[in-house]
Design a protein around this ligand. Structure first.
Ligand SMILES: *Cc1c(COP(=O)(O)O)cnc(C)c1O
Length: 405
């Protein structure tokens, strides 16, 4: 096992090639290597520039509404024992989730690089909406690739992207979902990488994205750590976040790596443990390379990305960011899972008991905090990343789980 010094961790990882231990890197078609090299060089310069940092700070404060508060769930805590559950309210960001944190960073980077267009794919449309928002803010063009099937399913998000001025490219080949949208977005980027930048929606993809997106999300953990200490006088005993690709989790976790705090990443177990019923990549996955990086992933019998499922469309990704695979391998972060039903339960509980309707993704983390609170050796203070709000999920959940109202 690699010996890690968490005092210097953020300087030491990833290495210059983008590796967190044996995970990460940049596995690109040769035609795209110069484009990612350019992004890497630009970010290396800009992340130390006072002008860039100050401008990002101003945007976070004036446009996004940061700092987001930390909230003590007194009623929820009381219901489940003696643990005290706190939420970092990323749902209160402009556009309703943490994704805007890295999209504004990527947009600002594009502007500094003199790019004119942001390109990305989206599945459920959450990344597309956040990126289209950033593009509108910076006066950049935006091109979002989306499978035809997803376009039909996610009409409100498609309408939002169009309202914000983005061009939504319908991808009509293959299964017409996220996988094909990724290929289509890459193709478009390849044709025009001089004028555009490819914006990845989580701590995944080729270097430097896992590092860059983590850095842009770190504001979540840095704020939360300070706010929590001011409120309670202590560090939390446990921090918890949902893990799809892993960006909201890395944002929270990175501020606590050098603290005596237990860290839990929560994956979606969907409806069961059979391949195809879940997206618990860390629990059931193996080492491999997909989407341009090396990590832990779920593979089908041919070694291709396996089909995944979760009630939370933001969590149904067949891999995890390489930094998560690394932190798991060195034992610093524990990964566990929550079923659809448990997440839906937490969705209703948090809504009724605290007046906060969570994103169904975030409800996975809330459900896990409730489980921790019910353990015999329960943590005293639990801090949960409430990554987003649940407006987008209400119709579906109320239709499917009408009996619980
Ligand atoms: C997209 C999304 C997630 C999952 O993405 P990560 O990169 O794992 O954070 C979690 N919560 C919400 C609200 C999301 O929109």
């Amino acid at each position: 096992m690699e010996k890690v010094n968490f005092k210097t961790y953020l300087k030491d990882y990833p290495n210059a090639q983008g590796y967190f231990g044996e995970y990460g890197g940049a596995y690109l078609p040769p035609e795209l290597e110069p484009a990612f090299q350019e992004i890497n060089e630009a970010y290396k310069t800009i992340c130390h520039s006072a002008r860039f940092i100050n401008e990002l700070r101003r945007i976070r404060k004036e446009f996004q509404g940061r700092p987001t508060p930390v909230y003590h769930c007194e009623k929820l805590s009381k219901e489940f024992g003696t643990s005290q559950i706190y939420l970092k309210r990323e749902d209160l960001n402009h556009t309703g989730a943490h994704k805007i944190n890295h999209c504004m960073g990527e947009g600002l980077l594009a502007k500094y690089m003199g790019k004119k267009k942001l390109i990305a794919e989206t599945g459920a449309g959450q990344h597309g909406v956040a990126l289209a928002t950033a593009a509108a803010f910076f006066g950049l063009e935006c091109e979002i690739h989306m499978g035809e099937v997803d376009i039909a399913k996610q009409a409100p998000n498609v309408a939002r992207m169009k309202l914000l001025g983005a061009k939504v490219v319908s991808v009509t080949h293959g299964l017409k979902t996220l996988k094909e949208a990724v290929d289509s977005a890459f193709e478009s980027y390849l044709k025009d990488y001089k004028n555009s930048i490819y914006c990845i929606g989580s701590v995944v993809g080729p270097h430097p994205f896992p590092m860059m997106v983590r850095d842009f999300q770190m504001v979540v953990g840095v704020e939360a750590r300070q706010q929590f200490m001011e409120m309670t006088g202590y560090l939390p005993d446990a921090v918890v976040a949902s893990v799809g690709g892993g960006s909201n989790a890395m944002g929270l976790f990175s501020a606590f790596l050098d603290d005596p705090v237990d860290i839990y990443g929560v994956e979606p177990m969907g409806t069961g443990t059979t391949l195809g019923e879940h997206a618990a990549s860390m629990t059931f996955g193996e080492k491999g390379i997909m989407h341009g990086f090396e990590s832990i992933m779920l593979k089908d019998e041919n070694g291709e990305p396996a089909p995944v499922y979760s009630v939370a469309s933001g969590l149904d990704y067949p891999s995890v960011g390489p930094e998560h695979a690394f932190l798991h391998s060195v034992g610093r972060v524990k990964y566990d899972s929550i079923l659809d039903d448990e997440a839906v339960d937490a969705f209703f509980k948090l809504s009724r008991m605290e007046g906060i309707i969570p994103a169904i993704e975030s409800a996975h983390a809330v459900a896990y905090a409730i489980k921790l609170a019910q353990r015999e050796n329960n943590p005293g203070f639990i801090l949960v990343n409430l990554s987003g709000r649940g407006d987008k999920d209400m119709d579906y959940i109320l239709e499917k789980y009408a009996d619980r109202l």
